[in-house]
Ligand binder design. Structure first.
Ligand code: NAP
Length: 491
């Protein structure tokens, strides 16, 4: 089966630096040399001694590039690169370098069009006109403002790929599927590099994290739908598990504009399953074809599975929450349990505990919301905060203590009594609450245990197999450590 290639885009201040960066690349199939980024653009210097095939690009400012010289200079640079044997030369459709196209017969020419604002509705016509020039390869890069924009590009890419070579790219966070699923989109290759403002992924992330080299048109596609979603730990966990289990599957962050945007995308790409995160847990509850019983009780879904063309919703948070308690053999019957918070997680926790025989009290700053959650499981609503000595197991279902406010805790250390503290917050894995609880001599459970356990439940539901032991946890810890390193770096 044909697979898409990986192209790394290289920018630099000087031609010497451009060459050095070019030669440091080992994990790509071709390199795009952006002559417009260098102060002393010269085709011969850029091409000298190259080991990998190259695309020479000299993007003008009116097409999102940095070249400030005249169009004649630019055309000359590109013609030089072509004459010197560059594997490909990228020419903008809007530049109308017709003489160049005629002189080359379109051979080794990429004819490109970019729209950094939107995915225009007349793209099909544009591509038809571009195709008529005889350029060997077409490149269409447009900004995606919803997942549906990826679908327009997928239609264009797969239609053109039947008779010619094309690369389609949906730029921005909504467009990530077009980069990872390049083959499915009909693209001859996908661009990677440091241009994260337009959604480029680095080659190591594409190749190692998304297992790009193994992806084909039949690869099962899963994802996490949310907005925003780039911070999610779930892609790291599920992609690591798919890889370890040797499944032909990939899991993507899917930022959606709204519930319908996601549903349209899911049906068009034949999505096999999805995790659901904020703000779609309730909106998608109302849009899927069926909702299973646990999710109906919780009133929200966190997982979708495609079954015989229907999208079915479930909630794995309840089972995921219980798993760490079961692993520790906590005798829940008769235990006094105080739940802090009355949001979606608190509801899932209350429902999970409902048949355990525990004495549940729900505490929230909004007493009415606490009562609503308590009523679902015939529990009590208590004061915010619970008085010391009134619980054996305290469960934090609020976001208090979550990154970036990591130095706060829902409850002062002096008030920490009881035997166990379970904090659902997983970023950071050890919260202020857990540190204080350990200091006060209590036993603790962190939110990462639940996060991994609910992801295990999802994996099992989707694939009818258990994920290899430890893989998801290791991937989640690594992803969170990378996240903290990145945030420390930028702050
Ligand atoms: P949610 O639906 O927004 O509910 C949050 C609850 O916390 C609400 O009751 C809210 O009260 C309360 N709250 C927020 N800030 C507060 C504050 N400063 N003081 C007192 N109460 C406050 O969120 P959720 O989906 O339930 O998630 C809650 C936490 O659980 C998040 O940190 C989430 O990451 C975590 N979680 C972890 C897992 C896991 O697998 N480990 C799974 C699900 C959720 P108001 O209604 O008054 O705002």
């Amino acid at each position: 089966m044909t697979r898409s290639s990986v192209c790394v885009t290289v920018t630099a201040k000087t031609t010497a630096e451009l060459r050095a960066k070019r030669d440091s690349i080992t994990d790509a199939d071709l390199v795009e040399l952006r002559l417009d980024s260098v102060n002393d653009p010269n085709a011969a210097g850029a091409l000298q001694g190259r080991r990998l095939p190259v695309i020479v690009t000299c993007r003008p400012s009116w097409e999102g590039g940095s070249f400030r010289g005249s169009e004649e200079e630019r055309c000359r640079l590109l013609a030089d690169a072509h004459a010197l044997g560059a594997d490909y030369v990228d020419v903008e459709w809007r530049a109308r370098f017709d003489d160049f196209l005629t002189a080359t017969g379109g051979r080794r020419v990429i004819l490109s069009t970019h729209d950094f604002q939107q995915t225009p509705s007349d793209l099909f016509e544009t591509v038809r006109s571009m195709s008529a020039t005889g350029a060997e390869i077409l490149k269409v890069a447009t900004k995606a403002n919803r997942l549906g924009d990826c679908l327009s590009l997928m239609q264009i890419g797969s239609a053109h790929a039947k008779h010619g070579r094309i690369v389609v790219i949906a730029m921005g966070e909504y467009g990530l599927p077009s980069r990872v699923l390049a083959r499915r989109f009909g693209s001859a290759w996908t661009y990677t590099g440091e241009l994260d403002s337009i959604g480029q992924l680095s080659a190591p992330v594409l190749i190692d994290h998304y297992n790009f080299r193994a992806l084909g048109e039949q690869t099962d596609v899963y994802g996490v739908v949310g907005s925003p979603v780039s911070h999610s730990v779930s892609p790291a966990m599920h992609n690591a598990a798919f890889r370890a289990a040797r499944l032909d599957a990939v899991y993507l962050p899917l930022r959606a504009a709204d519930a319908d945007d996601f549903i349209g995308f899911a049906r068009a790409v034949g999505l096999k399953g999805a995790s659901v995160t904020i703000p779609f847990k309730v909106a998608l509850f109302d849009r899927v074809d069926e909702v299973y019983a646990v999710a109906r009780r919780v009133g929200a879904i966190n997982t979708i599975r495609a079954m015989d063309g229907r999208l079915v919703g479930e909630n794995t948070d309840a089972a995921g929450f219980l798993r760490p308690l079961q692993d520790r053999s906590l005798p829940l019957s008769g235990m006094r349990v105080s739940i802090l918070g009355a949001g979606g997680a608190a509801r899932a926790v209350a429902i999970a505990l409902a048949s355990s025989g525990a004495e549940i009290t729900v505490h929230a700053r909004d007493s009415q919301r606490a009562q609503q959650v308590a009523m679902i499981v015939s529990a009590k609503a208590g004061h915010w905060l619970p008085a010391p000595g009134t619980w054996d197991l305290l469960i934090n279902c609020t976001p208090i203590g979550m990154w970036p406010n990591t130095d706060v805790s829902p409850i002062p250390e002096a008030m920490l009594t009881g035997e166990w503290v379970y904090d659902l917050v997983y970023n950071p894995p050890v919260t202020r609450l857990l540190r204080d609880a350990e200091h006060a001599g209590l036993k603790t459970i962190g939110g990462l245990d639940m996060l991994v356990a609910q992801a295990h439940e999802q994996f099992q539901w989707w694939t009818d197999s258990r994920p290899p032991a430890g893989v998801m946890r290791t991937a989640a810890e690594k992803r969170l450590a990378e996240f903290r390193a990145h945030e420390d770096h930028v702050s």
